[in-house]
Design a protein around this ligand. Structure first.
Ligand code: PEP
Length: 263
């Protein structure tokens, strides 16, 4: 599949999602990712690490020095209050984050996060000055029933606030059945869904759809990254398992260095 010209402003983005993995000793891997990024190994791509909240403050200085963004993995809608165990967007920002993942399928399924809740949390992210990475994606059964686009479309319309801009919002298409399974959609299916997402966001928020960054997520690895990241309307990747080691993560992000060297 030939690479689509990328409009100015849609800087490639590779974000790592460490999920509930990582102790302080594991910051050595984050440091290696920072060093590799500072050395130009991700080319022109923006690199963001969405770490467990416990590691954000500890990682902030080295990430900032390397130009690597930091992100949280969810937030509450309120800025503060009696919400035991929760974390606000303002707290993430205070710890050094500039991004937050919202509506990840593991939270939609495991914490009953529906579209309205994701929309409220997106507004909280905007309020705190964080970029929201809003995740959408269908289950295997929904794809097999031919409902993938209808599901993703309703997630987009229900989860994204109308005031979102390309500066405050990133969409991540993550088919649920591809997360952590080693399975990926065909490149054509990825291209079709990413085009659909762009058109749907443009229909919902005129003027935004063409400029918004749309990431693909779900079993992105060094071995499949070049093909996936060359697919039209794929502006980067949200990487789970392969983000836990610098070797694998830079094996994905390194696609953008290879492109710069080739151009
Ligand atoms: C994710 O959970 O966001 C993800 C993409 O995971 P993995 O890369 O491990 O499939």
């Amino acid at each position: 599949m030939t690479e689509a010209p990328r409009p100015l402003g849609r800087r490639p983005l590779v974000a790592g999602n460490w999920k509930m993995n990582g102790l302080r000793k594991d910051l050595a891997e984050a440091d290696k990712i920072c060093a590799a990024t500072a050395a130009g190994e991700a080319g022109d791509a923006e690199i963001v690490l969405c770490l467990p909240a416990t590691l954000l403050a500890a990682a902030a200085a080295s990430c900032e020095a390397a130009g690597v963004g930091l992100g949280g993995q969810h937030c509450h809608g309120a800025p503060a209050g009696p919400f035991t165990g929760d974390i606000s967007a303002e707290m993430l920002k205070d710890a050094g984050a500039t991004y937050v993942i919202l509506g990840h399928s593991e939270r939609r399924a495991g914490h009953n996060e529906g579209n309205a809740s994701v929309r409220e949390k997106s507004r909280a992210a905007f309020r705190a000055g964080l970029v929201a990475i809003v995740c959408v994606g269908e289950t295997r059964a929904q794809r097999e029933a031919g409902d993938a686009m209808a599901i993703v479309g309703s997630q987009l319309t229900g989860s994204i606030p109308g005031e979102a801009t390309p500066e405050t919002l990133v969409v991540a298409y993550e088919p649920v059945w591809a997360i952590g399974t080693g399975l990926t959609p065909t490149l054509k299916d990825i291209a079709d869904m990413h085009r659909f997402i762009r058109e749907r966001v443009e229909a919902d928020i005129p003027g935004v759809g063409g400029s918004i960054r749309i990431l693909y997520g779900g079993s992105v690895k060094p071995g499949n990254a070049a093909d996936i990241l060359s697919t039209p309307n794929v502006d980067g990747a949200l990487v789970g398992g392969a983000s836990l080691t610098a070797k694998d993560f830079m094996g994905v992000a390194g696609v953008f260095q290879d492109r710069r060297l080739a151009s």
